[in-house]
Design a protein around this ligand. Structure first.
Ligand code: AHR
Length: 516
């Protein structure tokens, strides 16, 4: 269970594993001396698919573009992503991955085939962004590639050769082809997806058929030299524990580095998702209520994984998550372009806290998607670029990368609306290599400040500093004209007295407190 209760007094509601108390004050106990698990930086991973302007326009503008670029890749986007120390980037999909034939994307660009992106908008895919361009992007970002291979419509040979092309050092047909295409040295690629959503767009398979296919494909995704693959199976959606159970039962653990999990938050439903910017408090409340379900889902899926992998060697990779709304009016429905408000910052913070607190099993997470698609960190408009509220949460949370997670005991005050209640406050904490403690808190309440009393056990701190993300309204969002409607500023609404930290959390805010 994510948060354990510290007092039985005045408990009224059980929601998402967190007991909610009537008093306005939130109580937290931080057991600094009980930290055991590391928050993998890969929880802060990203995802960019050949979808809408996720790649084309958002990252790749081509070498002839007037937009400043390095070998065709936008300089402004690379500089922004470096600010959040992006640890890994998943590519080329998503659903696109199981239709992608990597050999179409190598060699002279003018000779690459032009085809239709059947899954996303029926637009022309000219394959100008392929393997070499993606690996160049990863080099420019200083990030690890996470490549998803085509199991749905590709072949074992094709996937096996892609691994060889990327990672084999020495003599082989694929290493020779790579050198002919301008890259003598192999790259390092650790994270390898063996298909995507294979219960749906990745081939409409059953779990037992897919797990057999995984065994076959994964066998021929070889480790060449010192390159060791983390083979990641296409896992379940949400709380589908049957899919998870079948995979964990049928796949030998020596082949399995991780199982992916996808879960999206839709304020309404798949046919009418709701607007990204135009919503009332009730719809906001529902969005948060649904986002909180991530905690239950992780508990359920981890429970199944624990049966077959009690040593927790196999990572739960939440490699697609985020808020999914209706596309912005007038945009291509196949491009999944949506604005991003303070609501998205609050739910991003909530999800990242949940992942941090489950870091014993969650080894990677990738928000969908980095640029111009779904819950983006960056929106571009021609040569212009906007950093979204979600971006600032990722920047704030860099303090948790590879830090030691500090277990929290937690009793949250409640946020009540029309007879429904959810916890108002959510938090996670970690200790970094320099011994600094970082706690990130989100006050989900739309209009009420929350006071938090935090008892620190097992360490003492004398000084602190803080930062906050908020905006005028839940609907506040950044545009080219108003780029900082939601952004980060200094926060001083806390006191540290002996081992008690008290924080006044403004309504609808994300706060980070650092103690030294
Ligand atoms: O992120 C958009 C799409 O959502 C991905 O392509 C797919 O994997 C999921 O259904």
């Amino acid at each position: 269970m994510l948060n354990r209760v510290i007092s039985a007094a005045a408990l009224v509601i059980l929601s998402a594993g967190i007991l909610i108390s009537q008093p306005r004050e939130t109580k937290i106990i931080l057991n600094v001396d009980q930290s055991r698990d590391t928050i993998s930086r890969h929880i802060y991973g990203q995802f960019s698919e050949h979808l809408g302007h996720g790649i084309y326009g958002g990252i790749w503008v081509g070498t002839e573009s007037s937009i400043p670029n390095t070998r065709g890749i936008r300089n402004d986007v690379v500089a922004a992503l470096k600010r959040i120390k992006i640890p890994n980037l998943r590519w080329p999909g998503g659903c696109f991955a199981d239709e992608y034939h990597w050999m179409d994307g190598i060699g002279p660009r003018e000779k690459r085939p032009r085809m239709v992106n059947t899954h996303w908008g029926g637009v022309v895919e000219d394959n100008s962004f392929g393997t070499h361009e993606f690996m160049d992007l990863c080099d420019q970002l200083g990030t690890e590639p996470y490549i998803c291979g085509n199991l749905g419509s590709g072949s074992v040979e094709e996937m096996s050769k892609w691994v060889e092309y990327l990672t084999l050092d020495g003599e082989s047909p694929m290493a020779k082809l790579r050198a002919q295409n301008g890259r003598e040295k192999p790259w390092k690629v650790r994270f390898w997806g063996v298909g995507n959503e294979n219960w749906g767009c990745g081939g409409s398979m059953t779990a037992s058929f897919y797990s057999d296919q995984f065994r076959r494909y994964a066998t021929y995704c070889r480790n060449y030299g010192s390159n060791k693959l983390v083979r990641i199976a296409g896992g379940p959606y949400g709380g589908d524990t049957q899919w998870m159970e079948t995979l964990m039962k049928n796949i030998p653990l020596n082949l399995l580095g991780g199982v992916s999990l996808h879960n999206y938050t839709l304020p309404r439903n798949w046919s009418d998702k709701g607007s990204a910017t135009s919503f009332d408090e009730e719809e906001y409340f529902t969005t948060v209520e649904k986002a909180l379900k991530m905690d239950d889902i992780l508990v359920q899926q981890s429970r199944v994984m624990d049966i077959y992998d009690p040593a927790k060697k196999v990572g739960l990779m939440v490699d697609e998550w985020g808020n999914w709304y209706d596309v912005e009016p007038g945009t291509n429905p196949g491009f999944l372009y949506q604005q991003n408000t303070l609501r998205d910052a609050l739910t991003a913070a909530l999800n990242l806290n949940i992942f941090n607190n489950h870091c014993d099993r969650v080894k990677m997470a990738n928000i969908a998607q980095t640029i111009n698609v779904l819950q983006s960190l960056i929106l571009t408009d021609g040569s212009k670029m906007v950093l979204t509220p979600t971006f600032f949460v990722y920047e704030m949370y860099t303090v948790h990368h590879d830090a030691a997670m500090i277990p929290l005991k937690f009793q949250s005050s409640s946020y009540e609306l029309k007879g429904r209640a959810i916890p108002a406050v959510h938090a996670s904490a970690s200790k970094d290599a320099q011994g600094r403690l970082h706690m990130t808190l989100v006050n989900l309440h739309a209009s009420k400040a929350q006071s938090v009393r935090c008892e620190i056990r097992g360490a003492s701190y004398r000084t602190g500093s803080g930062t906050i993300i908020s905006g005028a309204s839940l609907q506040s969002h950044n545009t080219v004209e108003t780029p900082a409607a939601v952004s980060t500023s200094a926060f001083s609404g806390f006191r540290i007295d002996e081992n008690v930290l008290t924080i006044d959390l403004p309504a609808k805010s994300v706060v980070m407190v650092e103690l030294k």
